[in-house]
Ligand binder design. Sequence first.
Ligand code: KIV
Ligand code: ZN
Length: 556
Amino acid sequence: MQPAPVTKYAPFPQVPLPNRQWPNRTITRPPIWCSVDLRDGNQALAQPMSVEEKVEYFDMLVRIGFKEIEVGFPSASQIEFDFTRRLIEEKRIPDDVAIQILCQCREDLITRSLEAVKGAKNVIFHLYNSTSPKQREYVFNLPKAEIVQIPVRAITQLKRDAAPLVASGTQLRLEYSPESFTSTELEFALEICEAVSDVWGPTPDNKIILNLPATVEYATPNVHADQIEWMCTHLTRRDSTIVSLHTHNDRGTGVAATELALLAGADRVEGTLFGNGERTGNLDIVTVALNLYTHGVHPGLDLSDLNGIRDVYERCTRLEVPPRQPYAGELVFTAFSGSHQDAIKKSLPHQKPGKPWDVIYIPIDPADIGRSYRAIIRINSQSGKGGVAYVLEQDFGFQLPKLMHKEIGKVVNDLADSKGTELTADEIREAFQAEYLSRTAPVSLEHFKTTERDSTVKCEARITVDGKPHALTGSGNGPIDAFVKALASTSLPRFDVLNYSEHSLGAGAEAKAVSYIQVKLERGSAFFGAGIDTNIELASIKAIVSALNRALRPAK
Ligand code: KIV
Ligand code: ZN
C-alpha cells in the first residue's frame, strides 16, 4: 500500500443536492424485482449454466415470484438463444412474467434478439451502451453527441423492426441502461436518457425502464442515493418512467446503495440471488427482500424455503453461499457466544404467537424462511451455561433445574476445551449421560423396594460400594428419606439433600421420569445427580446414587 498521504486514489465527488429528500423517508412498499441471475450472474460463472440448469433455475425464479427475469443475451451465444427459444416453445413462461433479454446497440444483434423472443407474451428489450468519460475516451473514442446517437439509432431500429412482433400480440417494453451510470456526469446521463425516451415515446401506461447501473461501485451509498434522487427529480417524463437500480458490490455496500436509492425514489431493482455476479457480485436480492420483510414490508417474493433455493443455486452455479451470508448462510442462526445463547434462551419464552418478532440476536424468525432453531446453539469452550441447558432441553427434553446449569455447563465446556472443537447436540447428550446417568462407582444400586405403613416408608436396598455388597434397610417420611437413612449404616460420608425436582421425559406408554437431586456432603461441596427410570421413585434413588458418585469420584 502507498504510505500516507494516499495520492494514488481520490475521494469520489459529492452530488450538489442541498435539498435532498431521501434521508427523511422510509421504504413502505417493495420495488419491482428483476432477477438477472441468468444473464449478469451466469456470465460471471467460471462454468456457465447449461440449458438444462438454466431451465431449472428459471422455474425456481418463477416459483419465488419474480415477474421480470432477464434470461440472457441471446444474440451473443447459441446457448442463450436456444434457452430463450426453449422457454417460449415449451410455454414455460407464465402469462404474468416478462422475460428480459440484453442486447448491445448493434443492428445485427437487435435483429437476432428479435428472432429469439418471437412468440413470447411479455418481453423487456434491454439495450445498453457505456456513457462514462473514461469509456467514451479510452474504449469508444467518441464525443458525447455520438455516444448519444448509439442508443438513439438502436431504438429507432427496434421500434421499426419490432412492429411485426408487437402486431402478433407481444407486449414489448424497452429498458435502457447508460452503462457505468454512476461514473457518468449526471447532466450527460440525463441527456442520453431523455434522448432515448424521446425516440421511444413512453406513456404512463407503457413506461420506459431507465436502469441506472452502478456498473462498478466507486462511491458511498449516500452518494448513490443522491445520484438517483437527482435523476428522479430531473427526468421530464417521470410519470412515464420506471427508474431501475442495478448495483454491483465492489465496496461491499451494494445492498446499502440499493436501499438508500429506493428511498431516493427508484421503482425497480435488478440483482441476483445471494449476490452472484461479476467481481464482487451483483446486488443480493434475497438480502434486500428480507430486510424489507423484517421491517414489516412484504417483498412480494416467496423466500419461505430458503434452504431449497440455496440448494438449486449451489448446484446450478457451482458456487457456495458463504456461511455468514445474511439470512441464508449456514451459521447465521447459530450462536457461539455464551452471553448470546443466554439472551436468546431468555427472550424466546417472551415471543408470543401473533406478536411482533423480538428475539435478541435473531432479527428474523428462522421458521419464516424454512430454517429452524435446532441449529441455533452449538457449544464450544466459550459457550455459557445457558447454552448447554438449552440444547439439553430443546433437543432431548431435559429441564435441568437452574442451579444445575453452571455445573453441567462446566462439564461440557471442559470437554469442548479438551477436544478443541465445538460440540454437537448429540455429543452434549453423551457428556450428560456419562457424567450423570451412567456412573456406577464407587456406588452401584442393585435393588430398591419400599413398603409404606402409617405414612412411614420403609426401604430395602442392595448396593455395592467399591464392589463390596451391602444389604440395607431404612425408614423415613418418603423413599428418598428412607434411602438416605439406610445409607447412614455404611461407611459412605454423611450428606444432606438440598434440592429435588423431577419431570416426565417423553409421552404416553414410553414416558419415563427423570429426577435431579442435589446433595451436600457433611464436610464438602454440593453436587447434583440425575436418574431416569419408568418408576419415578427409582429415578430419584438413582439420582442420589449419581450425586454421591460424582461427589466421591477421584479428584483429577
Ligand atoms: O453492470 C451493468 O452495468 C450491467 C448493464 C448491462 C446493465 O450489467
Ligand atoms: Zn451488471
